[in-house]
Design a protein around this ligand. Structure first.
Ligand SMILES: [Zn+2]
Length: 322
């Protein structure tokens, strides 16, 4: 089989249906059980996969329907955390800021069930995203470790066990989400070491998703991370990739092809033109076409439209290069 060019994928999250958002609220208010919440999340996953398949995305995810939020979910499932009140993050979005109150422990596999369930619904390749140790610690209070660095490495060891469990279950593409990284470029060496610990002995495809912040301050240093792919937000930066060209891009790129903060659906032509610029960095089989970030903030129909247009754009480009 010829090498796939311009593979299309997602970053991870997808907008949750209202009934699931309501169910999360009811669950946290103690009105429904975890099992009831779980059932509704599974129902929502069926529809996410349906959207991804209909849009013809090559590498899919379950839309993170089971996850309350990208930090909170892991804090709830790893020992040592306690949840505090809601903290405002951006716009009108709130999340429960966790606190590490004692040494963290790995209780049991966190994402294996999620993967197995998704696999039962689709024949497409699946990517499993996990929030990285740097971001989880950066977005939590630390009352249990001497310093932030120590907490990050401890969590990296735990995540390494999780990744091993995922690989054992058959996962062949893992994405580590580290949105906090580009907001603290001065700590990039700590994050690099943390990813080294997290990915030790993990021989499947590994991506690193970074969004927000000042990319030019972490580049080219991120190329030294132990991952195969660097996944970036580029559409909302108008595909201004000049700073990336200043150094040979030695990895695959997860190329942000559509903006997740703007509800306007891009045209096929716009995306084709944006992605085409990426060919100045890597060859077509190393250029993964995907939205800038998770699609959870967009209304469902808009998210779906964006995926469809994005895949169409990738197909236009494929025709040109085949
Ligand atoms: Zn992101």
């Amino acid at each position: 089989m010829a090498k796939e060019i311009f593979p299309t994928t997602i970053v991870g999250s997808y907008s949750k249906p209202d009934y699931l958002n309501d169910a999360f609220k009811e669950y946290y208010a103690g009105k429904i059980s975890h099992e009831q919440l779980h059932k509704l999340a599974e129902k929502a996953i069926v529809d996410v996969i349906k959207d991804h398949e209909e849009a013809d995305v090559d590498i899919v995810s379950d839309g993170e329907m089971r996850r309350s939020e990208m930090t909170e979910f892991f804090a709830e499932n790893i020992g040592g955390f306690k949840m505090f009140g809601p903290v405002r993050v951006w716009g009108n979005n709130y999340y429960q800021k966790p606190s590490i109150i004692e040494k963290m422990t790995y209780k049991k596999p966190i994402l294996v069930d999620e993967y197995n369930y998704t696999k039962s619904l689709t024949k497409k390749r699946i990517k499993v995203p996990i929030t990285g140790p740097y971001t989880i610690v950066d977005w939590s209070f630390n009352e249990a470790y001497r310093n932030k660095e120590e907490a990050i490495y401890a969590l990296a060891e735990i995540e390494n066990r999780e990744l091993k469990a995922l690989v054992k279950a058959g996962v062949d593409f893992i994405q580590i989400d580290e949105p906090a990284l580009s907001t603290h470029p001065e700590e990039i060496e700590i994050a690099r070491k943390a990813i080294e610990i997290t990915t030790k002995g993990i021989d499947v495809k590994k991506g690193l998703h970074i969004c927000y912040g000042e990319y030019d301050k972490i580049y080219p240093a991120v190329l030294d991370f132990n991952v195969d792919q660097i996944d970036l937000e580029l559409a909302n930066r108008k595909w201004d990739i000049d700073f990336l060209k200043e150094h040979e891009f030695t990895k695959e790129i997860g190329y942000g092809a559509c903006d997740v903060h703007n509800p306007r659906v891009e045209t096929v032509e716009e995306i084709v033109a944006g992605v085409r610029k990426g060919l100045e960095l890597v060859s077509p089989e190393k250029l993964f076409v995907k939205p800038d970030c998770g699609l959870k903030m967009l209304p469902r129909n808009i998210a779906f439209e964006k995926l469809k247009v994005m895949v169409k754009a990738a197909k236009v480009l494929r025709k040109e290069f085949e």
